[in-house]
Design a protein around this ligand. Structure first.
Ligand code: CUA
Length: 271
């Protein structure tokens, strides 16, 4: 069947809820096309019907029939049913993120936009994010993770590359370090403005492994065009291996030290 979304340049869907978004988009596009054609025909008809040559004398009374009033009232009723009966309940369901926010299995990532790139902060295996404070920002601590917070011992970060687990509920909390950006995951049918001072969550479930593009969808400065990133959706095992690499990079001392069990006896005599 002819896919109007694809025709208009929509990329393939890779999220669980994306199918519904695509259906809604397709319905809207077809309906708008129908309205456009219908009103265009009506416009041309009125040019012909009310042309000066057909109406040499002006009609000062206008339409006498009540048909248009009834028609307009019917349109208002139909639109009220669509809005109150369908649009609002469907939207309420979509914005209710309880199944994601209160789900212990959800993968949580903090996303921090800046001119011009995306930073991702992961909590590590303990699932607890360390405190961050701009005062701690340095070249080897780009997110300002508080070194005194024990929760940060397994935190790690990546730049312009986010890794997600296929079929796992995902919550990304988005903020910005400078101006307003927009974190757009077209394949996930998701976009959210990144606003300094706010941490705004989005949630979805990836259903197709692969590599996808992240774009900034808000004009944010001279480098806006280059504010792109990569989203990798992979299985849990591949993700765990990537996570370990990132932790070793973020905590070189812990990576170099032998396993804690072996280290304990050796460390004792040294003190
Ligand atoms: Cu950031 Cu455009």
């Amino acid at each position: 069947m002819f896919d109007i979304n694809k025709f208009l340049g929509m990329v393939p869907n890779a999220s669980e809820h994306g199918k519904l978004v695509d259906v809604l988009l397709a319905v809207c596009h077809w309906f708008m096309l129908f309205l456009f054609v219908g009103w265009s025909i009506f416009f041309i008809y009125t040019l012909w019907r009310f042309h000066r040559s057909r109406n040499p004398k002006a009609d000062y009374h206008g339409v006498q029939s009540k048909a248009s009033a009834h028609l307009e009232f019917t349109v208002v009723v139909i639109e009220a049913v669509l809005l109150l009966g369908f649009a609002m309940p469907i939207w309420a369901k979509r914005v209710n993120g309880e199944n994601y926010m209160n789900n212990a299995n959800s993968l949580r990532v903090h996303c921090i936009g800046e001119q011009f790139g995306w930073n991702f902060h992961y909590a590590g295996p303990d699932g607890v994010f360390a405190r961050t404070n701009p005062a701690f920002i340095s070249s080897n601590n780009p997110l300002g993770i508080d070194p005194n917070d024990p929760a940060g011992a397994d935190d790690y970060y990546s730049r312009n590359e986010i890794h997600l687990v296929n079929n796992r509920p995902t919550v990304i909390e988005i903020t910005s370090r400078d101006v307003i950006h927009s974190f757009a995951l077209k394949h996930m049918r998701m976009a959210q403005d990144a606003i300094p001072g706010s941490r705004i969550p989005i949630w979805f479930k990836p259903i197709r492994a692969g590599e996808y593009e992240i774009v900034c969808a808000q004009l944010c400065g001279s480098g806006h065009f280059g504010m792109k990133g990569k989203m990798v959706v992979e299985d849990q095992k591949t993700f765990d291996a990537w996570q370990k690499d990132q932790m070793d990079l973020a905590h070189p001392a812990a990576a170099a030290a032998p396993a804690p069990a072996a280290a304990a006896p050796a460390a004792a005599p040294a003190k």
